[in-house]
Each structure stands twice: as C-alpha cells, then as structure tokens.
Design a binder for this molecule. Structure first.
Ligand SMILES: O=C(O)CCC(=O)C(=O)O
Ligand SMILES: [Fe+2]
Length: 557
C-alpha cells in the first residue's frame, strides 16, 4: 500500500540494476522465491520418505533376528541341557555368536541409509535453491518488522494469530485461512536473531515465548530443533541482564542450572547477578525499560507506522470537493472507446488513481515476464547503488522488447499522461515483488542529490511516477471508508481493500514545475503483512516532456 505524508527524508532513489546471472539468493526478499521453496521441500519430503522406508525395513530385519533369538531362548534353551545334545542347535549357537551378532552389530545399512538421505539433500543443496542463514535471519527480521509496524502481539503470533490489543482486547487484524502456530524452537530462532543484533527488546519477547513453549514440551527432544530449553533460558537470562532486569536474569539462570548444574559460565553469572542484586537492590518499579531499538534511517517512523496501521489517510472526497472521479479519455482517440475510471486523490501533490489500468491476465503476464530477472532491489547510496534494510524486495526491469504487452502498457501510459515514456525519457518498467514483511520505507522517487546515479541517463530527474498495482493480495479485508467515490459499485462499504487497488495505477508528479523535488511526495510501501505484493514502476524523466509540462519559476506549482 502506498501512502503519502509530509516530512523531510533523504532521497533514496531506485536505479537500473545491472543484470546478473540468475540467482536464487536472498530468498526472503521475494515471496515468489519463497513459493518456489515449496517445491524444494517437496523433494526433501520424498527423500525422507525413502529414508523412512529403508530404515523401517532395516528395523524389521533386526526385529526378526531379535524374535528368532529370543524365541530360541525361551523355547529351546530354557530347558535343562537337553537342547545342547542336538548338534544343530549347538552349531547355530556358535554360528550366531561368531558371525550373526557381529554382522548385525557392525552392519553398514544404517549408515548407507543415512548417506543416501544426505546425498538427496546435497543434490537439492547443489541446485542452490535452499535458503541460507541470511534468509532465515531476513525472514525473522521480517516477522519482527510486522510485529512492530502493525503492533502485533508476539503471544498471538505464536498461536498463529495476527492480533493487536485495542481497548484492552486482542483484535484480529487478519484472520488467516490456515493458522500455523510456532514452536519453542521457532521462537528461539527469532529471539536469537534479535539477540545477535543486540536487540534485547525483541529477544526478550520471543525468547519468553520460546522458554514457555519448551517448558510446556517437558524437555521432549525433537530431532529437527536447533535450540533447547537450556539454550533459550541462557539467551533470555542474558537479554534480561542487558535490559537491567537482574533478578529475572538470576532466576532464569538458576532454572538453567537445574538442568545443567556443571555449567561453569552460568555458575559465574549467577554469582555475578547475586552480587549485583546485593550491591544495588532492584527498585520496586516493574518498568524494565524495554524500548524498541532506534533505527537510524527512519525519522518519520511514527507517522509511517500510524499510516500503515490505519490503512492510509488519503484525502476523502467529502473533505475536498475539488477531488473527483470521472471516466477519462484525455481527448485521445485511443481512449475514446475505452475511457478509464480516473480518481483524483490529491491536488498538491497531484496524485491520480486509474482504476483497472491493466487486466488480470496482463498482470499475470507482467509477473511471469519479470520472474527470471528478479534481483534484490537497490537504492541510491551516494553515487552508487546498494541494497538497504529499508527496501526489502526484488525487482526486474522489463524492456518494451520483452513482450508486446510491455509496449502496449507504455502506449497506454503515454495516452493517459501525454508524456514521452520512451527510453531514455523514461526508464524501463521496473517490476517489484516484496518478500516476507517486505517494505519500502518513506522515500522519494526523484533524486535529491546532484551526484545520484539516477542522472546517468542524462535526461534529468524523475519528473513523474506511474506505479501499477500488478497484484496485491493484502491481509485486510475490511472496507475502506475513506475511498468512497462516485463509483459506489466499485467502492461499496464491503469491498475488500485489495480489490480496490488490484490492477489500478497511480500517477503523481515528483517535481515542481521549477524542477525542484516536491517534498510532499514522500511515500512508502508498508510491510506486506500477508500475501504476494507486486507493483510496477514507470519513472518518467524531465527531458522529453518539455511540451507537455511547462516550466514555471513558481516553487508552489
Ligand atoms: O510498493 C509500494 O506501495 C510503493 C513502491 C514504491 O514507492 C517504489 O517502488 O518506489
Ligand atoms: Fe516510490
């Protein structure tokens, strides 16, 4: 969702990405890649199935031997020494002890089964399609971003719910069709990511849940787990120590010692905490001083998050009678038969929403065409471009030659805006796919520094943005009260937000007529709470538009 608000923020401008070989890296930054990982896991499930079959057969064989020998002992050898009189019985006893037990005990079968299982995994690994540690960390950070921006309760998330406390009650802000609760180990990993970032605000919350769940599991061991109750207690105790909650750090460490009494490091910590508590007993206040870590790059965080939580505050048509909706053809013969539903959302800056700008099948084609070209999105960083935490997505550039659809889109944009959208007067179409909790924090699309790599096109700054919602399956299915217009059938109270924007396009001028950037065009893509969000940007440059957008020295225009 794109929101507008006024504030000053340093420019971060997306520029053309140099195409690199196809890579699957940074999976967490694009939901498309996450979806592809489903097939990867399916392969592993097949390997596990074969492994289980082989191991079951092996155990069956072992059980058969066990039954044979134990039966012999209860039926044949249990009597007096009569059985030994039978030379066949004597022979088979000696043979078993000399050979059969040996073969059983030193059998390679278990190892062979494990080896086959591992080879299957290694094959998948070689394809390069497995997530890396960085992906796990990125996904965990995405979850914490959603937690923060949408004020979600960690306890709710752990139970598979997306809840926010409103007026003292947990309210579902999104009800998933399938709810997936998290395990103690899931929470441990999220908490550990925060812990390693020295972000004890989050580590405390997630590790609390982890400890609770591990305790509940009664120390039961699961082969897939990375952490244990002891690990979680250890990290949680230290997180509490770092946030000044010494007495809690002490009691957690003592609990840990119950499980691991010889742990010298924890023994030392306990002594240290006890000393600290004697030296400066805790105040009665329960305020642990837990604060969210300050991100240096976002001075407009509160406004941004408020807007994301309230689903935007675009001006309503009731407040400003100069805003309107109409069927628009730009007096252009190309649009006469198919005028487009236009909605003027704001006059200053001038922002227009074009409904149904593309069809479902065009949206699908755009997504498909972009797939192989998707690379981690970058932003301008000085004279260069770099990835950034404040923009988590992948993007691909589509030339007009990629498919006739792209050329037709360019044409349609030109018909609507009367602007020259041919390169180099506009950039290629940039298709963006967001990842887990993917977002684009408040930014300007235009360059705000003369050294920006954006000027390498030599066609001036980005005068306008034409942004298409190529798909947006969002969490909220509540109605938008602030987006009613003259099209009641399209904006009925019950109409899901996602459908209002899906296939629509936004247009706005980034620059004033005097060429200066318009500070009011600060905008953002809120973290994607759920679903697969795609947008496509067409950035139109200053040069080539001289006859369509007259200049003016007036800084207000
Ligand atoms: O995803 C959005 O809603 C905004 C994207 C955006 O502003 C950009 O790509 O420049
Ligand atoms: Fe933007």
């Amino acid at each position: 969702m794109l929101y507008y608000f006024k504030s000053i923020y340093s420019a971060c401008v997306v520029i053309r990405v140099i195409l690199m070989p196809l890579s699957f890296g940074e999976m967490y930054t694009s939901l498309l890649n996450v979806k592809q990982a489903i097939n990867v896991e399916r392969q592993l499930i097949d390997h596990l199935e074969t492994y289980i079959e082989h191991e079951s057969e092996r155990l069956e064989d072992i059980k058969r031997f066990y039954a044979k020998v134990s039966d012999l002992h209860s039926e044949v050898y249990s009597g007096p020494s009569a059985a030994m009189a039978n030379p066949l019985v004597a022979f088979t006893l000696i043979k078993r002890l000399q050979s059969e037990w040996l073969n059983l005990i030193y059998s390679d079968e278990a190892q062979e089964n494990t080896q086959d299982f591992r080879s299957g995994y290694e094959e998948v690994e070689k394809e390069g399609s497995l997530p890396k540690l960085e992906d796990l960390q990125g996904a965990a950070k995405g979850l914490m971003r959603l937690q923060d921006v949408y004020a979600l309760q960690v306890g709710g998330l752990v139970r598979g719910h997306f809840q926010r406390i409103t007026d003292g009650n947990p309210i579902d802000i999104y009800s998933p069709t399938v709810s997936v609760p998290l395990s103690g180990d899931d929470c441990f990993l999220v908490g550990k990511v925060a812990y390693e970032l020295e972000d004890y605000y989050h580590s405390v919350q997630w590790l609390e849940e982890s400890v609770r769940l591990f305790r509940g599991a009664g120390g039961e061991w699961s082969p897939e787990n990375e952490g244990t109750l002891e690990d979680a207690l250890d990290h949680l105790a230290f997180s509490h120590f770092k946030t000044g909650n010494i007495s809690y750090a002490l009691s957690l460490s003592q609990e840990l010692l119950n499980h691991d009494p010889m742990n010298g490091r924890v023994l030392k910590n306990v002594q240290k905490y006890e000393r600290l508590l004697v030296d400066s007993p805790p105040l009665l206040s329960t305020d642990t001083g837990l604060k969210r870590p300050n991100t240096t790059y976002l001075r407009t965080r509160n406004t941004y998050e408020r807007l994301c939580r309230t689903q935007g505050t675009q001006p309503t048509h009731y407040e400003n009678p100069r805003l309107f909706c109409d069927y628009f053809n730009n007096d252009n013969p190309g649009l006469l038969l198919q005028p487009i539903r236009r909605e003027v959302l704001s006059l200053q800056p001038y922002v227009v929403l074009y409904h149904s700008f593309i069809t479902d099948s065009e949206a699908e084609s755009i997504r498909e065409l972009a797939q192989t070209g998707l690379r981690r999105s970058v932003v301008a960083s000085g004279e260069e471009q770099a990835t950034a935490e404040y923009r988590i997505s992948k993007s691909a550039w589509l030339k007009e030659t990629a498919h006739p659809i792209i050329g037709r889109l360019d044409q349609r944009i030109a018909l609507l805006t009367s602007l020259n959208v041919q390169p180099p007067y506009a950039e290629y179409l940039q298709v963006v796919n967001y990842g887990i909790g993917g977002h684009y924090e408040p930014h300007f699309d235009h360059a705000t520094s003369a050294s920006s790599p954006l000027f390498r096109l030599n066609t001036g700054n980005r005068v306008a943005t034409f942004m298409i919602y190529v798909s947006m399956i969002v969490a909220h299915t509540k109605s938008r009260h602030d987006l009613k217009c003259f099209f009641p059938m399209f904006f009925s109270e019950t109409f899901p937000l996602s459908l209002v924007f899906q296939n629509a396009a936004l247009f706005w001028w980034n620059l004033h007529r005097n060429g200066q950037g318009d500070g009011d065009t600060l905008h953002a893509g809120c973290p994607v709470l759920v679903g697969d969000k795609w947008v496509a940007n067409k950035w139109i440059h200053e040069y080539g538009q001289e006859f369509q957008r007259r200049c003016s020295p007036n800084p207000e225009e």
